[in-house]
Write a protein that binds this ligand. Sequence first.
Ligand code: IPM
Ligand code: MN
Length: 363
Amino acid sequence: MKNKLKHITVLKGDGIGPEVTNQALKVLESIAHVYNHEFIFDNKLIGAAAIDATGNPLPEETLKSCLSSDAVILGAIGDPKYDNDPKLLVRPEQGLLALRKALDLYANVRPIKIFKDLKHLSVLKPHILDDVDMVIYRELTGGIYFGEKNRTKDSASDLCIYSNYEIKRIARLAFKEAQKRRKKLCLIDKANVLESSRLWRDNIIKMAEEYPEVTVDFLFIDNAAMQMILNPLQFDVIVTSNMFGDIISDLASVLGGSLGMLPSSSAGYEYRLYEPVHGSYPQAAGKNIANPFAAILSIELMLRDFGLIKEADNVMGAVEKCINDGFVTSDISKSLAMQCSEVGHEVVKNIYSEKNINYGVII
Ligand code: IPM
Ligand code: MN
C-alpha cells in the first residue's frame, strides 16, 4: 500500500522552465520511491508554449487540471518574442496572472536562505550575510497587477487598489509566521506617497495589537532596497504588496548568490502552487545550464506543506550536500559549471544515499 497519493499538475512553461522542472520531478520521483508514496503527474501547457499551441496563455484544460489537483508545480513563464511589441493583446504572463487569480493564491511566500557554502560567492561581503534568514510574504492577487488598466492615444494608467480584506488575510499569515520565528515583522510600502500604502499601515498597526510579542517595523520601498543590501540581518518576516514584493524578492536573491536558488509557494484557501522565483531565462533555454535548485527547493516546500517533513528534510540535506560537494551550475561557480541535469542527478543520488539505498542498484 502506498503511504500518500497526490495528484500534481505540472506546468513546465517557457524557456528554462521545462529543464529545471524535469530535475524537480526526478527528485520527487526519487522521494516517492524511497518513502513509498505515489505522485501522479498531469502535464499541461501555460504561457508562451500554450499561446503557440492554442492561442490562449491559460487554456481551459490547464485550469481544469489545476482545480482538481492537490498541488501545482510551475517552471517559468515568458518569451522575448512577446516582450517588445506593446501592441500584442495576448502575452505569456497573462496565463500566470490569470492562474494566480483563478486559484485565489493570495499569499506568495519566498524564503531567503543563505547556504553557508555559497556565502563567499555573494557580491556582498560574507560578514554582512552572517545569520541572514528571512521570509517575504508577498500579496499576489491584488494591487497594481490586477487593477483596471487604461490606454488612450496619449496616456496609460494602472490602478493600484487594495481592500482591507485583501491586506488583512496576508498580514494575518505574516504575523503568525513572525510569531514562530524571530518575532519581527516589517511592512514595506510607500506610505509617504501612496494612499493604498497608508491603508496597509492602518491594517498592520491595528493587527499588531493582537500580536504584542511581535515587533513591527515600517520601511519605504526605496529605503528597504538599500537596507536589504546594507544590513539584511535586520529582516525576519517581510509583508508587502504585489509589486513591491516582486521587486524586493529579486533584490533579496542577490544575498544568496543567485536568483537560481530561490523557491516559492503560493497559497490560497484551497489551492497551492510551487514555483521558482526566477523567470524563463530565455538565453539559457535548451542549453542544460540553468540552475535547478530553485525548482527543486520548491518541491521541498511542497513536501513540507503535505506534512512530509522527513522527505522535505532529505531534499534539503541533498541540496546542501550537492552545494558542499561542488555540484553547482555556472551562475554559482564559473569554474565548476555543472549541467542542470548533472546537478539534478546528484541531488537524487544524495536522496537515496541518505536512506542507505544504493542508487546504482535501483536505476
Ligand atoms: C514573479 C514573476 C512574475 C511576476 C511575472 C512573470 C509575471 O516576475 O513571479 O516574480 O511579476 O509576478
Ligand atoms: Mn518577479
